[in-house]
Every structure is written in C-alpha cells, then in structure tokens.
Design a protein around this ligand. Structure first.
Ligand code: ZN
Length: 390
C-alpha cells in the first residue's frame, strides 16, 4: 500500500537502538524556526519556542524511552509502540510539553508499525527539518514548541493530504476526547485556546470564546444527541458539543436539567469556520433537523429543556436568526404553523457530562432525521464533507 515495505527494508523508520547513535547525532532541543514567527497557533496554543533550560526541566521528568526518542532522535521498534492500535477518539499531545499534535480524526492504519496520521491538528504545532542521517534524506518532524523529535513525514500518505506522519508512540501522550487538560504553557488558557479542554471543563465558558478565525454558535432543538451528531458532520464545523444553556442553575447536571426547574435547554455548541460554512447555512441545517413549531417539546421529549432556541454570540447572529425565521414564516414553511424558536443573545454554556458527547456515533442510536448538509451545500459538497469527517 504505502511505501512501508521500502521504508522497512531500508531501515528508514527502524530502531536506532540497533545502531548506536553516531557521536554527531544532533541532540534536538530547539525548533529551527526564527523566533519572529507568530507565537500563537490558529488552534489557540502558545507555540513560542521554549528556552533550552525549560526543555531540559520538562525532559528530566520523562521515562528513559521517551527521553531517548524525543531528546536524542530515537526510533522505537516497529509494532511495539503502545499507541499504534489505539482507535479511541481523542488527541495526541507532545509527551514533553503537552502541545496537542495529532487527532484520532486523522489517524490511519499505514501498515508500517508506527502510528500514522495524514495531518497534524495544526500545521503550526509540528516543525519539519531535513534529516540526512542513515544514508537517506528524510523529513524529520519535531514539536514546534519544545523541539521534541517525533518521527518523520513521508509523501506516500492517503487523502486528503497525501502525507504520512510516522510517529513514535513514546513521543506522544493520548487523551480521550473531552479529557484534554488546559495547556499549562499557554499564557491565556481561556475558551478554545484550551482546545478540547473547554469540553472537559466542569464550569461554564463565556459565550464567544474562540480563536479569532473561528466562531461559535449555539442551537437547541430537543435532545442534544442528534443535534450534536448532525452539526459534527457539517463541513466547516470543527467541534460540536452537547451542553446546557439558558437557565438559572450553575454547573447543572443532566439529572437536574431533567428533573429540577433549572430553566436550561439542551443545547449544542458549534465551533465553525465562517470561511467554510456561514451562519446562515448553519441556520438552514438547524431548521431541517428539528421541528421549530413544537413548544417546549420535540416529539416524545416533553419539557422546556427540549425547547427550540438559538443562543446568539453576536448582534449579527441575532439579526440573521430573526430574519431567517421571518423568511421561513413568510414562505409558509412547516405547514404555515407558527415558529416558536426563541432567539436570545449571550448566556453561559455548560458542557454536558462526557457520556452525552458523541452519543449517536458511540451508540449508533439516531434521532433528528437525516443529514441536512448535502441539501444545504448542494449535494456534492455537503456529502463530501460529511464523508470526510466520519
Ligand atoms: Zn513539545
């Protein structure tokens, strides 16, 4: 399939332990970029190169194998790394400085014996440099922040990038989806600057917290499992997360939302790239996957937690949402029945318990009809985006 046979035959990724490192083998402590590059990645992480003293301090806590791989450009034996067959959803971070590097979304089975990905979580998190050791010219990959040796990147990977990032398990630490801790080395670890940490946070996050290039929208349309599922398949949506919003109780539990009078609605937080999907398109999809004419219920689910609502993070969103509802009403959509969807500005989002996240993909249980995105985008684009994500 991939050039793994060649790679193995030539020892390209093979264990350097069998050939003791040459005296001139570079000890990797710093990435090669000039210090002038932007210090914050699009994903919101501080990627300023760490000073050698800090790297030394962090590396001193590593186990011997992780130290050998990351600090002395070592390679673990094929088929021996503990993350090769890991199929769980989540994030792979640098074992030294905890910068998120790769996601389960981009992992594939390369057959080479090393964990393989077709893309990094953010291109600014992985630095590349030419590596002429072992009689070959390869491209070494390093953590952009602490310089840790990670592995190599080859151009025989699958779509969409055609790249194969060949990793050492020992250079990575895996966090299940929703458990990524705040980034200790990011100076202002708020909102999405903490990546999925926002999902793990027990407390609420401010409504509009996201990197500058991304925007956040909140939709409530009955049981959040199905709403989250369809938004997670939308092209241009980087994250869809179930939670609670619009009520009075701080840090509510699911039980409280169901049985107490918290006033919260089951809501889905949608993080999207407005250059790929517009707020208007999100609205179109939202009104296709729920019935906005049912007051405080969706089908069998009855109660104000199932109300139809849009929590807007800006005045522009509120204007767009109201205008779209007007449009639907004037067009006589939904059999001319009154649309009862609430449009509210602001509010605090409380992430739901982990077991509610990705409920539909975890259980196969479906609700809220069919995939709206092929119709919203025009069949080909929506279908391609949906297929590419799951
Ligand atoms: Zn690192």
């Amino acid at each position: 399939m991939f050039a793994c046979a060649l790679v193995l035959a030539s020892g390209a990724c093979a264990d350097r332990a069998t050939t003791p490192p040459a005296a001139d083998a570079p000890t990797t402590t710093m990435p090669s970029q000039p210090p002038a590059r932007p210090s914050r990645s699009a994903a919101g992480y501080d990627v300023t190169p760490l000073p050698p003293t800090k790297v030394k301090e962090l590396a001193s806590k590593l186990d011997p194998e992780a130290y050998r791989v990351t600090q002395n450009a070592g390679t673990e034996p094929a088929f021996c790394g503990n993350l090769l067959d890991n199929k769980k959803q989540g994030t792979y971070v640098c074992v030294v400085c905890a910068l998120p590097l790769f996601s389960s979304e981009h992992k594939f089975n390369s057959g080479t014996g090393w964990p393989s990905f077709h893309s990094p979580v953010d291109p600014a998190h992985v630095a590349e440099k030419s590596d002429a050791s072992h009689g070959m010219v390869r491209t070494e990959i390093n953590c952009a922040r602490c310089g840790a040796h990670l592995g190599h990147v080859f151009d025989d990977g699958p779509r969409p990038t055609g790249l194969r990032y060949c990793l050492n398990s020992a250079a990575l630490r895996f966090f299940d989806k929703g458990t990524l801790p705040p980034d200790a080395l990011t100076k202002d670890p708020t909102g999405l600057a903490r990546g999925e940490a926002a999902a793990a946070s027990a407390s609420g996050t401010p409504a509009a917290a996201a990197p500058a290039s991304m925007q956040v929208a909140y939709f409530a349309g009955g049981c959040f499992w199905g709403i989250e599922h369809w938004f997670s398949l939308c092209p241009g949506v980087s994250a869809a997360e179930s939670g609670y919003m619009g009520g009075r109780t701080k840090d509510p539990t699911y039980k409280q939302v169901c049985y107490d009078d918290t006033g919260h609605a089951e809501v889905v937080k949608v993080v999207f790239d407005p250059s790929k999907v517009t707020y208007r398109q999100l609205l179109e999809g939202f009104f296709m996957i729920h019935d906005p004419t049912q007051l405080n219920r969706q089908g069998p689910d009855v109660g104000d937690q199932y109300r139809s609502a849009i929590f807007c993070t800006s005045a522009e969103q509120a204007t767009a949402a109201r205008a779209f509802i007007d449009e639907l009403s004037k067009a006589g959509s939904f059999g001319g029945k009154r649309i009862v969807t609430q449009v509210t500005e602001g509010g605090t989002f409380y992430a739901a318990e982990d077991y509610h996240q990705d409920y539909v993909s975890k259980t196969g249980r479906a609700c809220h009809g069919t995939n709206p995105w092929p119709e919203v985008f025009g069949t080909a684009k929506g279908a391609a985006g949906a297929a590419g994500k799951h």
